[in-house]
Design a protein around this ligand. Sequence first.
Ligand code: CA
Ligand code: CA
Length: 245
Amino acid sequence: MTKQHRRRSALALLAMGLSSLAAADVIYQSDGPFGGFFGLWGADVFVGQTVGQRFAPSADYRLDEVRLWFMSNDFGGTVDEFVTVTIQTDADGPGQSYPSRVVLDQATFEVTAIGWEPVEEAVAFDGVVLHAGQRYWVVCSSDAIGGEDPVWNFAAFGTGFNAFRLGNDPWQPGGSGAELTMAVEARPAPCLPDYIADGVLNFFDVQEFLARLAARSPSADLNNDGALDFFDVQSFLGLFSRGCN
Ligand SMILES: [Ca+2]
Ligand SMILES: [Ca+2]
C-alpha cells in the first residue's frame, strides 16, 4: 500500500464518520451591524432592560449555536460585563407574543467589545429541541448598570420581532422593529427520538436519551416545558413507538 493510498483511505473513513452527523444549518440570519441606513446602534442590555428576539424553525432541529453582535456603551477601556443568553418558549397569547420565561437552556458570555466596536459573540448550546413551527426567543439579560452596559447591535437592514422588559416589570408584548443581529445554527432532527443520529431507532437511542435525562441535559426536554421529568420520558416513548420514516 502506498503512502498516498493510505492517506486517501484515512480521508474516506473521516468523511464517512462525519456524514453520520448532520451538519448544522443556519436557520436564522440577520444582516450585520455595519453600514446601512441605521449605522451603529443597538439595544441596551442592563439591569434596567432585558431584550429578546423571536425565531421559528421550519422543521425540527437541535440548537447548536447562537451568534450575536455586541458593542459596549462604555467608551472607556475593556468591558467586563457578562450577558446571559436564554432560549425561551413563546407566551403565545392572541397577538401577545413575548418570551414565556420558560427557559429551555442558558449560557453566559463576557462581552469582549471595547467601546463602539461591535464584536460577534458565539454562544454554544447543547441540543435544545426546537419543534417545527413553534416560536422561540433568544433573550439577553445582564446585571450591568446603565452607562457601562453591553449593547446588542441592531442590524444594518431588516426588521425582526422583538420584545423588551423594563427592570422586573412583565414583558411588554413584542412587535416588529429594527432587527437585532442574530444568527441561529441548529442540526436537523428529522427523527427527534433518534438521539444517536444514525437514522435508525434502537436501544442505543433509549440509552442515550436516558443518559441525557440523568445528566440533566436540556436536550432531553422533549416537551419544551423547561423541566426534565416523566413527561419527557412519556414524549420519548410516544415518539419512539411511532417510529420514523
Ligand atoms: Ca439512532
Ligand atoms: Ca420537559
